[in-house]
Ligand binder design. Structure first.
Ligand code: SAM
Length: 258
């Protein structure tokens, strides 16, 4: 059973989009994850296929209807990959009900996406992602379906589709077997609460800019110390919020090196 994403959208042709390329695309072809996009409009019941209406209370813009969204969510949640389950005698396997997947509404007012959230989503069976358009969606469907609300940052997109692509890209690269070397998933920004140290490759001297000599020394312990110090410096300078958290965490076991 592979990690499965269902995307509810008015623009199903946007998926897999860029996720059909490169690392995520290869993993998709290898069956390490799968995706289906459901056209929300196909769940509208009137002959005009209406998915939105004017807001109660007045104001500009349109709001996506709860009945149409609920029908689309029901279809997505009922589908999804069936997990195999051992039969009671253990001799054979029978198809089981689809593993329940978190249902997420992408919205600027949601909890801000971070690497810890991505790790949790990637460790589960997959996601059902609801992409809003217009002014957003009727509040009652969020309550009725217990949707998790997730934002990809403090800015407003014209639709949830780019946010869904961002969230899926971040999850898919963490799935087992997707990244080449195991450590590429461990030694990177946020994995230890720090931003990453700088990288260098050939040529060792470029436009008069030399690579830090320690990286050419072949001394692994010195290189590791330099990288740790640089990661701490960059985090301290650029993200005082992350640095304060790192210091608090490190204080429980050991003092940070700076
Ligand atoms: N009226 C909404 C507000 O002020 O919060 C913005 C609606 S926006 C034009 C349309 C849709 O884009 C939203 O329903 C949401 O699905 C998506 N969206 C916009 N910005 C987003 C963000 N930062 N993170 C996640 N989704 C976002």
């Amino acid at each position: 059973m592979s990690w499965h994403a269902s995307v509810l959208t008015l623009f199903p042709e946007m998926f897999p989009g860029p996720l059909g390329q490169s690392l995520a695309g290869r993993a998709l072809r290898d069956g390490r994850w799968s995706i289906d996009s459901l056209d929300i409009r196909s769940f509208a019941t009137d002959r005009h296929r209406t998915v939105d209406d004017t807001p109660f209370g007045g104001g500009a813009g349109m709001v996506m209807r709860p009945d149409v969204l609920d029908a689309a969510l029901a279809a997505a949640l009922a589908a999804g990959p069936a997990s195999d389950r051992a039969a009671p005698d253990g001799a054979a396997r029978e198809p089981a009900a689809p593993a329940p997947r978190p249902a997420v509404y992408l919205t600027p007012r949601g909890r801000r996406l971070d690497q810890a959230m991505v790790r949790d989503f990637a460790a589960g069976p997959g996601l059902v992602l609801l992409c809003g358009r217009y002014e957003g969606i009727d509040e009652r469907v969020i309550e009725a379906r217990g949707l998790a609300e997730v934002s990809i940052g403090d800015y407003v997109l014209s639709g949830g589709e780019p946010a869904a692509l961002v969230l899926l890209d971040a999850c898919v690269r963490l799935l087992p077997g997707v990244m080449g070397a195991a450590e590429s998933g461990i030694e990177e920004s946020f994995s230890d609460g720090l931003l990453e140290y700088p990288h260098y490759t050939r040529p060792a001297d470029w436009q008069g800019r030399a690579v830090p000599p320690v990286l050419l020394s072949g001394h692994h312990a010195e290189v590791a110390r330099w990288r740790q110090a640089e990661a701490e410096r960059i985090t301290r300078e650029r993200r005082p919020d992350l640095w304060a958290q790192h210091v608090a965490n490190a204080g429980r076991d050991r003092a940070p090196s700076a």
